[in-house]
Write a protein that binds this ligand. Structure first.
Ligand code: C2O
Length: 568
């Protein structure tokens, strides 16, 4: 871990400073990166596509830190779009200003401007990631954020045997439409756009070809008998993805940078926004094996890709057949339901106890509605939470208004309960910026209720600024009297994204101990961009140490904003 790495090496004049934390668990280090955001042309499937990326890479650079480190990222915007970066899953304790969601915490960093994000990574270990937080731009502006434990003394660094190698696997999507085109479709209520392919670390894979030119596979070289830790991130904007490697099984050891009890499975499920750390042993006969990634068959598609796990030294020529998984992993919703439901937390010192008494309970319907007469061809569906389709403020970010006690009178209070008489996926709905205030240190429980019947979408609900316990999930309609009996209050998994199953519900609980303005939203871009979001305002506590400090001096100004969140 003490190596000096040139993480931002592509950028002349900037160095990736790494005052290495000694393996003995020494002082916290400062990890500094420069992210130059620009547009490049990538050639895939007979087309040149202009994409916005960080440091010329897709996926963007991985940030690699040790728990306790401070991170400094200089974002230099050389792209034609305003943008922000969100550090997905980083708790940002008392540091909401660095969180990143556009118009929730900050105005976009305009083209030609810079902004430096500063944050500490404390009390979290595992895989997280970062992404642009302006509409669909995150489809190509993203990368892994890896948090290693400080030394535990002797033995493995982890609460599981130390792997031979750790490999970030960023699952992405190759879109030929630009983010702006996708956004326009979503704004019209058209949720049917599909990526051309899923990607593994930027590679489209050999299921894709155009005019006989086959796309490159992602190749993972392995040595027989060794153990590998895959740090999986679903950076896709379209779907949940299922991962299989022919002839191999996984042991899941962490999710969303929280350890879980080792869980053995042949299929790993990662929803947008989620991360999973999964180990596998290269214990198959030497050869080549497909690593297959495919979306759930209940979502429009199929969207898939595959890479190759390649045993070295290799056994023969390049034409040894590559083994594919016997069963497709494109399963029904039950694969995802059980994968998520089977995860339990690994008791450990950095995890707080499960809070037993709830101060504030929200029951939230997540579905779609219409802003005009249903059937009116000029108005497609919008997404909503408790019958409000969330709208970002146009001129001042919510955090700024909150901090300066300047909340606009047009802000609506987010309802605590599902409005009476609501019919899922039907009826008129209004657009508004809706917020709910909660007291510092109160225990909040949220039950997300998806449309209880009909095959629609799962919803990966992501909360900024806090991890939460996922207490239970179920199919159909949540029934408090019966369903609280199924709550896991002993070892529930702790996550930052809760997958609400198709036709079902999920219950989460957390202590609102981080004063600030925190976005809560579905991590499917078509859902959040069309209104499946709300904002939780956690009030200050009684002391200076529990009060949100003022914004950094160089905070992006809103004066030079062209128009709201436009990025074209
Ligand atoms: Cu990764 Cu608000 O999102």
């Amino acid at each position: 871990m003490a190596a000096i790495s040139l993480g931002a090496g592509a950028v002349a004049g900037f160095f990736f400073l790494f005052f290495a934390a000694a393996a003995s668990g020494g002082e916290a280090a400062l990890v500094e990166h420069t992210f130059v955001v620009s547009q490049i042309k990538l050639h895939h499937l007979c087309n040149e596509t202009l994409v916005t990326v960080v440091n010329g890479q897709l996926p963007g650079p991985a940030i690699d830190v040790t728990e306790g480190d401070s991170v400094v990222v200089h974002v230099i915007n050389k792209s034609p779009s305003g943008l922000t970066i969100h550090w997905h899953g980083v708790k940002q304790m008392l540091n909401c200003w660095a969180d990143g969601p556009v118009m929730v915490t900050q105005c976009p960093i305009q083209p030609g401007k810079n902004f430096t994000y500063r944050f500490n990574v404390v009390g979290q270990e595992g895989t997280l990631w970062w992404h642009a937080h302006v509409g669909c731009l995150r489809a190509t502006v993203h990368g892994a954020l890896i948090i290693r434990p400080r030394s535990r003394g002797s033995g493995s660094l982890y609460p599981f045997p130390e792997p031979h190698k750790e490999i970030p696997i960023v699952i992405g999507e190759w879109w030929e439409k630009s983010p702006a085109q996708l956004e326009k479709g979503i704004a019209k209520g058209d949720f049917t756009d599909l990526p051309r392919s899923a990607t593994i670390n930027g590679k489209l894979g050999d299921l894709n070809n155009c005019s006989g030119v086959i796309e490159d596979n992602y190749i993972l070289d392995v040595v027989r008998g060794k153990t590998y830790l895959l740090r999986l991130v679903n950076a896709g904007i379209h779907s949940e993805y299922y991962l299989k490697i022919a002839g191999h099984t996984f042991t899941v050891v962490a999710a969303d940078a929280n350890y879980v009890k080792p869980y053995t499975t042949d299929t790993v499920v990662v929803a947008p926004g989620e991360t999973v750390d999964a180990m596998f042993v290269a214990d198959a006969p030497p050869g080549r094996y497909y690593m297959v990634i495919v979306n759930s068959k209940t979502i429009e598609g199929p969207v898939q890709t595959r890479g190759i796990v390649n045993y070295i030294p290799s056994k023969g020529s390049d034409d040894t057949p590559i083994l594919a998984p016997k069963k497709s992993c494109q399963d029904d919703e039950s694969t995802s339901f059980y994968f998520h439901g089977n995860l339990t937390s690994l008791p450990q010192s950095i995890m707080p106890p499960v809070p037993m008494n709830v101060d504030e309970q929200l029951i939230v319907a997540i579905d779609t509605g219409y802003t005009c007469e249903e059937g009116d061809p000029t108005c497609g569906p919008v997404s909503r939470m408790n019958n409000i389709s969330f709208q970002l403020p146009a001129t001042t970010p919510l955090l700024q208004d909150h901090y300066y006690h300047n909340m606009s009178s047009t802000i609506e209070e987010f309802p605590r309960r599902i409005p009476l008489g609501i019919v899922f996926n039907k009826g008129r709905t209004s657009k508004a910026t809706s917020v709910r205030r909660v007291r510092y240190n109160s225990t909040v429980e949220i039950v997300f209720q998806g449309p209880p019947d009909g095959i629609v979408y799962s919803n990966p609900m992501h909360l900024h600024g806090h991890d939460f316990f996922v207490l239970a999930q179920g199919f159909g309609k949540y029934n408090a009297a019966k369903d609280v009996q199924t709550y896991n209050l002993v070892d529930p998994p702790m996550r930052n994204t809760a997958l609400v199953p198709i036709s079902g519900w999920t219950a989460i609980r957390f202590v609102a101990n981080n004063p600030g303005v925190w976005f809560l939203h579905c991590h499917f871009e078509k859902h959040v961009s069309s209104g499946m979001g709300m904002v939780l305002i956690v009030e200050n506590g009684p002391t200076l140490e529990t009060t949100l400090p003022p914004p950094p001096a160089d905070f992006p100004s809103c004066d030079d904003q062209k128009s709201g969140v436009a990025y074209e």
